[in-house]
Design a protein around this ligand. Structure first.
Ligand code: ARG
Length: 457
């Protein structure tokens, strides 16, 4: 394709290091779509004849049929998907195929193909995120009143509802979806027609190709357009944030499924056994979600480091943009689907969660709050009183709610029997009615709003 000024062809090692066809063949549909839009525009502008354009368009259709049935051939000497398609087109229709590359370079071609691919990938992730959010919201609705321990420092803090806990992840994945939607808006500009770097002297119509390919508009600067991979970096940084959230919920599932916690039972279909220990049932899917998050974040780092030292415009380093994005996307979709299944199909052990929620005086704050509310005690002083009650309860080997009244009154004479009702787990969560709080009425409201936002009727 470019041999005119060379006396010798590339060596075997040159061909090997140069070849991107092993991975960029994944772009074949986008590549042919771009070529069809380009040739139609060249004909409409009178740059090629209608007959030439028709012959090229039909040839491209024939290649689509071939690739659909037999896959894309992988010939390293053809370097990449763009040359592979063009070489096949030449075989099929002869030298007129060479007119397709008028007013175009592989630099704007690959930038266009990869953008189209990444835009579709972002939509796929948004669909996967919506499915996961629906699973979370469904389970949260079932467990709006289920008590579980809330932790800080992984120490018992205050009781919360399981619905509230699951809805916390709904919020994270909602933000992730908005990051992908936002990235799509920014990526919605078409590089085609930027040519190698400087634009072209042919009277092309960039608006026409942009709209034929479904972009909002053409890019504004040809140098930027051929050397910009922000759309891929945006994909990877949104994917990293999402992977980070998936990894956190995976970590919770792993902890919850462990015997000392026993909060959750994963279905057999989403667990594995041990080849030596017959009793084992391991949360491998959750562990691999946590593990894959590392690879996704690694992909984001890889592309940032690849891009950070490149002068304008295109450099061949940029060919390395695709493997990290392709890998991250495959992993992310897998992780979203696996997490959706784990959330939808796990069984929560409500009795165990309630039992653990009751340990460690988690309603001590409620005692302090009562003193503040009923007796106008400054919170700092009330905190001290409740702390003394905790100490007394530990000495008695009971919960603060079960301390004899005389012991409580010896700590603070203002305490009376009525406080006991407030120190139960149910009373504690029911009291937290502030907006966004854990009270079942609040959680139910959030679940309803989320169901509406997700179109769950
Ligand atoms: N295979 C190349 C890539 O993926 C296509 C662009 C090649 N451009 C060039 N000037 N060699 O980046």
């Amino acid at each position: 394709m470019w041999g005119g000024r060379f006396a010798e062809g590339p060596s075997a090692i040159m061909r090997e290091i140069n070849a991107s066809i092993p991975f960029d063949k994944a772009l074949w549909r986008e590549d042919i779509r771009g070529s069809k839009a380009h040739i139609a525009m060249l004909a409409a502008q009178g740059i090629v004849s209608d007959e030439e354009a028709q012959s090229i368009d039909r040839g491209l259709d024939a290649i689509v049929a071939e690739y659909e049935s037999d896959g894309v051939p992988e010939d390293w000497s053809l370097e990449d998907i763009h040359m592979t398609v063009e070489a096949r087109l030449t075989e099929l229709i002869g030298p007129v195929a060479g007119k397709l590359h008028t007013a175009r370079s592989r630099n704007d071609q690959v930038a266009t193909d990869f953008r189209l691919w990444t835009l579709a990938a972002m939509e796929q992730v948004e669909a996967g995120l919506a499915a996961l959010q629906r699973a979370l919201v469904t389970r949260a609705g079932e467990h709006a009143v289920t008590i579980m321990p809330g932790f800080t420092h992984l120490q018992a803090a205050q009781p919360v509802t399981l619905g509230h806990h699951l809805m916390a992840y709904y919020e994270m994945f909602r933000r992730d979806a908005s990051r992908f939607a936002d990235a799509r808006k920014r990526a919605d500009e078409c590089p085609l027609g930027s040519a190698a770097l400087a634009g072209t002297g042919f009277a092309i119509d960039r608006e026409a190709t942009a709209s034929a390919l479904g972009f909002a508009c053409p890019t504004s600067n040809s140098l930027d357009a051929v050397s910009d991979r922000d759309f891929a970096l945006d994909y990877l940084s949104a994917a990293s944030a999402c992977a980070l959230h998936l990894s956190r919920i995976a970590e919770e599932i792993i902890v919850w499924a462990s015997q000392p916690f026993a909060f959750i039972r994963l279905p057999d279909t989403l667990s594995t056994g041990s080849s030596i220990m017959p009793q084992k049932k391991n949360p491998d899917a959750a562990e691999l979600v946590r593990g894959h998050a590392g690879r996704i974040i690694g992909a984001a780092t890889a592309l940032m480091v690849t891009m950070k030292g490149l002068p304008l415009a295109y450099s061949k380093d940029m060919q390395d943009d695709k493997p990290p994005v392709f890998e991250a996307h495959g992993l992310l979709q897998l992780c979203l689907a696996a997490m959706e299944a784990m959330i939808a199909e796990s069984t929560f052990n409500e009795a165990r969660m309630r039992e653990v929620a009751g340990a460690g005086h988690p309603t001590a704050t409620d005692l302090a709050d009562w003193l503040v509310r009923e007796h106008g005690v400054p919170f700092r002083e009330a905190h001290h009183v409740a702390g003394a009650a905790v100490k007394a309860a530990d000495d008695h080997g009971c919960d603060i709610a079960d301390l004899p009244l005389d012991v409580l009154q010896a700590i603070d004479s203002r305490i009376d029997e009525s406080v006991r009702d407030l120190l139960t787990l149910d009373a504690s969560v029911a009291a937290r009615t502030s907006y966004g709080g854990t009270a079942p009425v609040r959680v139910q409201e959030q679940v309803e709003a989320a169901r509406k936002a997700l179109g769950m009727g």
